[in-house]
Design a protein around this ligand. Structure first.
Ligand code: SAH
Ligand code: SF4
Ligand code: F3S
Length: 433
């Protein structure tokens, strides 16, 4: 067997693409996974290009692999940086053997076996390709429900790396979810850039009309599925039907990612997000009303071009009103191929850093309050991971990280846990017998 070492950066979509790559290379070629790059016959980096920093890091990383790799070992670059840099990667890093775009994963066996292979076609349709099977976790199964994104937010490179949005046929999704659940994955994690836009476009006419709410209900009908999560939904498509399905279906976990990006309606327009501050607040507060113990996470970009102090205050204001359980906040990063990169009113870097710090400091205070309020609360926790310190970690239905003392016997089980020691990043507790 040849050894494959693969590093995965970026979002859950890349995590699933990596599973597909491992599956294809182990069933249609002769590779097995290894964890030591210096022993590998093939080193792959599954890249993310959503912000500039990781792109710069990629080339220094290739340099490191050049030094440690075995004689004759190949290096392959896939994922979103591959999509937008294409053959330019060979020029900047001649040791690279192939470049495979994020929407071309099904071609990986050919890529590995073709000298200087490059394919970064973003119109390629993989929505009905039947990948071989590999799953990194026995307990949780990622299932793609769409590829690409139609939104063209002005800051975002993803539509240029993953192409237009195409929904995967319902029967393929249901079959994959059923198979994973019957193999022991109690949790199905649905993936797409705009999951609640599901069903808008298929590559061929579907037999029935199905939207995301319908899909959630159909997956919850699979007996072995106990939990359903998904990412990312878009606030624009959070209609009442979706919120009610989310609230009323007991298998749908009560944590919602609501990517705000900015609290300022003016900046949201410049970003082409399609909703206003009022719409976002209306949806988030309605969600809190329908599901009192829901946890809401968000993404916020600070210092988008033209963001004034007043605009930024609107983002702070939404934070105060919604009290997010988790925020992924980043400074705006200008990306090639995007509209906003050409805006002439870029915000000063120091202003951006100061805003980011203020936002994160306030969020930490909010989180401390939220965590403290969870003392003595009882959660149903699905245990998935052994920690080195004699602890076992899992997630509550509303996505809090919970740890208890224990061993591998707990893995894959759902237990009632009483929180005895709530910390900001993790809640510690005891299993109720
Ligand atoms: N489809 C998802 C987002 C995918 S990208 C959605 O619409 O929410 C993940 C996150 O990266 C985005 O939510 C955004 O907050 C951040 N991001 C994207 N482009 C960025 C940029 N140019 N600069 C900084 N952050 C960015
Ligand atoms: Fe990017 Fe916007 Fe699409 Fe999300 S919805 S992937 S932020 S273009
Ligand atoms: Fe990154 Fe591509 Fe995901 S740019 S965030 S890996 S879709």
């Amino acid at each position: 067997m040849k050894q494959l070492y693969i590093e995965t950066l970026g979002c859950a979509m890349n995590t699933r693409d990596t599973e597909h790559i491992i599956a294809e290379l182990s069933t249609k070629d002769n590779y097995e996974l290894c964890t030591d790059a210096s022993q590998a016959d093939l080193i792959m980096i599954n890249t993310c290009s959503v912000r500039e920093k990781p792109v710069n890091k990629l080339f220094s990383e290739i340099g490191v692999f050049n030094k440690i790799k075995k004689d004759g070992a190949k290096i392959g670059i896939c994922g979103c940086i591959a999509s937008h840099l294409g053959a330019e990667i060979f020029k900047r890093a001649p040791s690279v053997s192939f470049v495979l775009g994020a929407r071309n994963v099904s071609k990986v066996v050919k890529a590995v076996n073709t000298e200087k292979f490059v394919d970064v076609d973003i119109d390629y349709d993989e929505s009905t390709y039947a990948f071989s099977e590999f799953r990194g976790s026995a307990h949780k199964a990622f299932v793609n429900i769409s590829i690409g994104c139609d939104k063209k937010c002005t800051y975002c490179i993803v539509p240029h790396t993953r192409g237009d949005e195409i929904s995967i046929p319902v029967d393929l999704i249901i079959n994959e979810a059923r198979k994973a659940a019957q193999n022991g994955a109690k949790e199905i994690f649905l993936l797409g850039q705009n999951v609640n836009n599901y069903g808008r476009r298929f590559s061929s006419k579907p037999k029935q009309k199905v939207d995301f709410s319908d899909l959630l209900n159909m997956i919850s009908d699979i007996e072995e599925v106990e939990r359903i999560r998904f990412t990312s939904p878009h606030p624009l498509h959070m209609d009442d039907k979706f919120l009610h399905t989310f609230a009323n279906n007991p298998k749908v976990c009560k944590s919602m990612h609501m990517p705000l990006q900015s609290g300022s309606t003016h900046i949201l327009e410049e970003m082409k997000r399609g909703y206003t501050k009022e719409w976002f607040l209306n949806r988030a507060l309605k969600l809190r009303e329908l599901v009192p113990d829901v946890s809401i996470s968000t993404d916020i970009i600070v210092a988008f071009p033209g963001e004034s102090d007043e605009d930024f205050e609107h983002s702070m204001d939404v934070m105060e009103k919604v009290k997010f359980e988790q925020i992924f906040a980043f400074k705006y990063s200008a990306r090639p191929l995007t509209k906003a990169a050409e805006f002439t009113n870029q915000v000063d870097k120091e202003v951006g850093s100061a805003r980011l710090k203020r936002l994160q400091d306030r969020q930490n205070e909010i989180l401390d309050e939220i965590s403290a309020s969870r003392r003595d609360v009882v959660y149903e926790v699905y245990f998935e991971e052994l920690r080195n310190n004699g602890m076992v970690a899992g997630r509550s239905d509303n996505n809090a990280l919970v740890q208890v003392e224990g061993d591998e016997e707990l893995l894959g089980s759902i237990q009632k846990v009483k929180i005895t020691n709530p910390k900001r990043l993790s809640l510690y507790g005891e299993i109720l017998k």
